[in-house]
Design a protein around this ligand. Sequence first.
Ligand SMILES: [Ca+2]
Ligand SMILES: [Ca+2]
Length: 215
Amino acid sequence: MWRSVLVAMLLAVPGSAAVADCDPNDPVTGLPDLSYSFVVWSAALGGSATLLVVPDGTGAAFGGARRPGGAVVDATIELTIGGPCGVIAHFPREDIWLEVLGGGFVACAGGTIADADTDVNGVTHWSQPLRAGGHSQGPCTIVIMGAPVPGMPALDLHFNSPDLNGDRVVSLADVPLFAAAFNGAYAFAADLHADGAVDLSDIPMLARSLGAVCP
Ligand SMILES: [Ca+2]
Ligand SMILES: [Ca+2]
């Protein structure tokens, strides 16, 4: 039941309407039609989810995201790409990416693309760690060939990183920013073990990533 929570719109499924639109002689029918594509995000209920990202891709898998209070939540995103003639299999992952709308998030090149090309059912996922730094508490969306999936509510998925200053390197330059939150006012960017507090449990996430850079 939990799994079935549908975040995005399914404007049409390959059915009678799709068949009516399908023209096998039209080369365009082999391309994705965003109105036949949809996203499922089972983490939608229960508030935001925060994912730790590191430029070298050693951050958290989507299955290890955290609610604001620290509870682990599976934030895996599932995308089905379709067109008028049915699902689009083997669509290249390079053309499907997660776009973070909040400022301060800095992705490495290709750092937010899907895990894999779409499978025979037109399905792909985001479950593996991203390659990125900085932080965001803004929404994010799924983009196919540069265009967002229509009707898809923004995902309340947040990010932070031991690359606190967002220069795509985890280095000593990030330490003062962490220390300021450790010793002073709470900062989401430094809450690397996301649980609403910056304390000793957040230090290992910074220490173990020192030296991490984009591939
Ligand atoms: Ca940095
Ligand atoms: Ca924390």
